[in-house]
Design a protein around this ligand. Structure first.
Ligand code: ZN
Length: 157
């Protein structure tokens, strides 16, 4: 089981590394990649996508999470973000929190584009956003959004 988990996390990180290469960031020239690992083992990629109207730009982490949700997928087990000293912004922390529980892992990969050297920091979404705006505590939702994402696995996966 440990080996299977290890492979899943390797795939998560590699997907985020590849997504960083597809970043559309001509304005900031700061490419970021992200990936989400679901409870059933699927991985969804995201990258930052900028726009000439800067406020319309989207971060890699949210791009990956929205990709996962749009894919009709299940609870998020882990998130990975890859960039040069990249850390999730406040907005992304709140969006990650929406679909996380206390065990949802976050891998922050500092990838040096020149040397290719990677430094991986492992934490949790909850640790990254203490005192988050919580849809359960606020009474806005009757059930954890993470659980609302849970679906029965399809046979064709
Ligand atoms: Zn962000």
């Amino acid at each position: 089981m440990r080996k299977k988990n290890s492979r899943a996390f390797d795939r998560l990180i590699e997907t985020a590394v590849q997504a960083q290469k597809r970043s559309y960031s001509p304005y900031s020239r700061y490419p970021v990649g992200a990936a989400v690992l679901t409870a059933s083992g699927r991985v969804f990629a995201g990258c930052n996508v900028e726009n000439a109207s800067y406020g319309l730009s989207m971060c890699a982490e949210r791009s990956a999470i929205y990709h996962c949700v749009a894919g009709g997928h299940d609870a998020i087990r882990a998130v990975c973000v890859v960039g040069a000293a990249a850390k999730p912004c406040g907005a992304c922390r709140q969006v990650m929190f929406e679909f996380s529980d206390k065990d949802t892992e976050l891998y922050i990969v500092d990838l040096n584009p020149t040397t290719g050297r990677r430094t991986v920091v492992k934490t949790t979404v909850y640790k990254l956003l203490p005192m988050a705006f919580d849809p359960l505590a606020s009474g806005l939702l009757p059930a954890n959004p993470r659980n609302l994402l849970k679906r029965k696995p399809r046979r064709d996966r």
